[in-house]
Design a binder for this molecule. Structure first.
Ligand code: Z5A
Length: 207
């Protein structure tokens, strides 16, 4: 049995990752492909508990390095329990966020030295890299307007516009350096247009 494919959707808040991850999984199933959905942080018992802490606005003053370590703790559980078993079974994994979120948010956004993220990536992921990372790129103004929350939102959603500008710049840098394994999709277009672009991005991987 051949190994499954690993596809990651990335982007700032409100870019449409959750919406399009569900669309992509549905479209692939229509092509007869077995798909497992994953998300970070989360997707396992440990990951969901860590997600609660990471998103809780009442958790204040979390050191950026602690935030990075918790993201990788959740990622380690997701790899062991969800991603690697699915790939070994020949299934595709569609993951809503992965390691590029750590580069974009913790390194570019929070200022954690990039070498820390690189070291954790090496230790936790070993040789595993996504077959394809799709960056859903949208201006911060557009993303935030889609997620406006009168209650103030979670711990990340309360961050400043400048923070999300740094995160977006981090993603664009990753995509520019990443070569063949990345596709940039303009996520400010209509849902239908974005979905057409997503299918075009993934089609070369479909057997
Ligand atoms: N985080 C981190 O810091 N480091 C890490 O390593 C990892 C994560 C893995 C939780 O992630 C937080 O964790 C996240 C980064 C941090 N915080 N932030 N920001 P999350 O993925 O759960 O949170 P999120 O980015 O806020 O995701 P989201 O709220 O689920 O946004 P989304 O998935 O990109 O958007 P959506 O829910 O699919 O769409 C939002 C709305 O826009 C919805 O009503 C859609 O119908 C609409 N939409 C989407 N696309 C379109 C288009 N094209 N046109 C019109 N309307 C659209």
């Amino acid at each position: 049995m051949s190994r499954g494919r690993f596809v990651v959707l990335e982007g700032i808040e409100g870019a449409g990752k959750s919406t399009h991850a569900a669309f992509l999984a549905g479209w692939l199933r229509q092509q007869g492909i077995g798909v497992v959905a994953a998300r970070e942080p989360g997707g396992t018992a440990l990951g969901e508990r860590l997600r609660e802490i990471l998103l809780d606005p009442e958790v204040t003053g979390m050191p950026p390095l602690a935030e990075l370590l918790l993201m990788f703790a959740a990622r380690s559980a997701s790899l062991e329990e969800v991603i690697l078993p699915a790939l070994d079974e020949g299934l595709w994994v569609i993951c809503d966020r992965f390691v590029d979120s750590s580069y974009a948010y913790q390194s570019h956004g929070r200022g954690v030295p990039r070498k820390y993220v690189e070291a954790l990536e090496e230790q936790v992921l070993g040789g595993l890299r996504p077959d394809l990372t799709i960056l859903l790129d949208t201006p911060v103004r557009v993303g935030l307007s889609r997620k406006a929350d009168p209650q103030g939102g979670d711990r990340f959603e309360r961050e400043s516009r400048e923070f999300f500008e740094r995160v977006r710049a981090g993603y664009l840098e990753r995509a520019a350096l990443g070569g063949d394994g990345y596709r940039l999709v303009d996520a400010s277009k209509s849902l239908e247009e974005v979905q057409t672009d997503l299918k075009d991005a993934v089609r070369p991987l479909v057997p």
